[in-house]
Design a binder for this molecule. Structure first.
Ligand SMILES: NC(=O)C[C@H](N)C(=O)O
Length: 447
């Protein structure tokens, strides 16, 4: 189905195996009696060999990771470079690595060139290989990685295997590169049997893809998940927090290949012309994700809201999310929303803009009735949205963030990572309670 050129390292006799402890991740699975709230150490390279070798497909879509310097100092993507690198890197060539196949896209592309067609191509490539591999690592440019990974989380329904997106800020060939470690740890996570979701591993955190955003252009810590804790953290040990993961799917894996491209993302600017918004909402626009202020503040003037309501009454789905990274928009629990309660507009809760847009594109393409799309936009499908009860958790996370952090410039999740890394006692209200976790993680699958 895909046009990818296959550089099959395994077929060329260069098996790459990840070293595993004999008390393998498999042995620790729920079915074999693990406490689901346990923070699990994932065996890293360098630990004793695990019993069973896993098979992982690495798909190199493009991005900086696979670039090389030309003589004039500029960068270019060299075809086959990643495959050659892996074959000549002693750490990837040990007997304890998983069996790796590398598919490189030809040509590999920068992530700014990704579109819905490439999302479909990638989803089909994974689906074609789904039953042949234990896990997948997608090497992708960082700029739009959160969009692609989030889109795939919707397109691949009832996913039963890990798909780990990664990349790097510095090319693999550079001695200071973050590529090698990002790739190796992604392979570690791609071998975890009970990790059944699309994730992004970058720098030192494993994030749920549809909760992640690229938030920093100049740091190796380029991704952040503002409204949901990291699923795993790389410190001295490689951790995975079982209670935060999506449950194993109960229905058969299924691919959706249609995305409606007529979805627009808008961010309100105080006092600017409403007319522009009105124009943008004309056909072929079928959905808009509008970022309003703070916890859901909007201008008092009626004009904008009559424009939005009129668009909604003509079948355009209008989803409201916050311009703030942390927090949520909710009509019911906020007196400011009284006037909005009976409108046709959809509250986007705490979804990232990447999640709101790709989810809307996915739902519109299913051909469902207007009210059903609206309902599903407010339903947690793949762990992208906190339910009402979980908002209390977000509130407590925000409270803790402000009380722990003295320096306003610190990234918002730093305190959580510190708690992971230092293994300090976590204040009770900082931890996602089991009941809330299972509530917020409950997925509703579309038949
Ligand atoms: N680090 C990177 O991969 C950035 C690159 N511009 C991309 O997104 O393709």
């Amino acid at each position: 189905m895909s046009n990818a050129t296959v550089h099959n390292i395994t077929d060329e006799g260069s098996d790459i195996t990840l070293r595993r402890r004999s008390d393998s991740v498999e042995d620790q699975s729920t079915d074999k009696g693990i406490n689901s709230d346990e923070e699990i150490n994932i065996p890293k390279i360098g630990s004793t060999q695990r019993k069973e070798r896993k098979k992982v497909l690495i798909i190199y879509v493009g991005g900086v990771l696979g670039m090389e310097y030309s003589t004039d100092g500029s960068f270019f993507i060299r075809q086959g470079m990643l495959t050659n690198r892996l074959m000549n890197d002693a750490d990837f060539m040990t007997d304890d690595m998983p069996q790796i196949t590398v598919n490189e896209w030809v040509p590999a592309i920068l992530s700014s060139n990704m579109s819905t067609s490439e999302w479909v191509r990638l989803a089909e490539e994974i689906t074609d290989a789904y039953y042949d591999y234990d896990g997948f690592v997608v090497v992708h440019g960082t700029d739009t990685m959160a969009y692609t990974a989030t889109a795939l989380s919707f397109m691949l329904e009832s996913l039963g295997k890990p798909i780990i997106f990664t990349g790097s800020c510095i090319p693999f060939c550079d001695v200071h590169s973050d590529a090698r470690r990002n790739l190796i740890v992604s392979l570690d996570y791609a071998c975890v049997d009970y990790l059944c979701e699309v994730c992004i591993f970058f720098n030192n955190t494993l994030l749920r893809a549809n909760r992640a955003t690229k938030h920093n252009t100049g740091s190796l810590n380029a991704f952040e998940s503002f409204n949901y804790p990291p699923l795993g953290v790389l410190g001295v040990h490689l951790k995975l927090k079982r209670s935060l993961l999506l449950p194993t799917p109960k229905t058969r894996f299924r691919l959706h290949t249609k995305m409606d491209k007529n979805v627009l993302q808008l961010r309100l600017t105080p006092g600017f012309s409403d007319r522009l918004i009105q124009n943008a909402l004309q056909p072929p626009c079928r959905g808009v994700v509008l970022q309003i202020y703070g916890a859901g503040q909007y201008p008092d003037k009626q004009n904008l809201w009559s424009i939005l309501n009129s668009a909604a009454s003509h079948g355009v789905i209008v989803v409201l999310i916050s311009q703030c990274h942390v927090g949520y928009v909710d009509f019911a629990n906020n007196w400011e929303f009284n006037s909005l309660k009976h409108t046709n507009l959809v509250q986007g809760g705490d979804m990232t803009s990447e999640a709101a847009c790709t989810k809307l594109a996915y739902l519109l393409a299913l051909g469902l009735p207007f009210f059903e799309v609206k309902k599903l936009m407010r339903t947690d499908l793949r762990g992208e949205l906190n339910t009402d009860a979980a908002k209390d958790v977000i509130d407590s996370l925000s409270l803790h963030r402000s009380s722990f952090m003295k320096d306003d410039d610190m990234p918002s999740m730093v305190n959580k990572q510190v708690l992971y890394e230092q293994q300090v006692d976590v204040p009770e209200e900082f931890v996602l309670p089991d009941s809330v976790a299972s509530l917020s993680l409950k997925t509703k699958l579309i038949d």
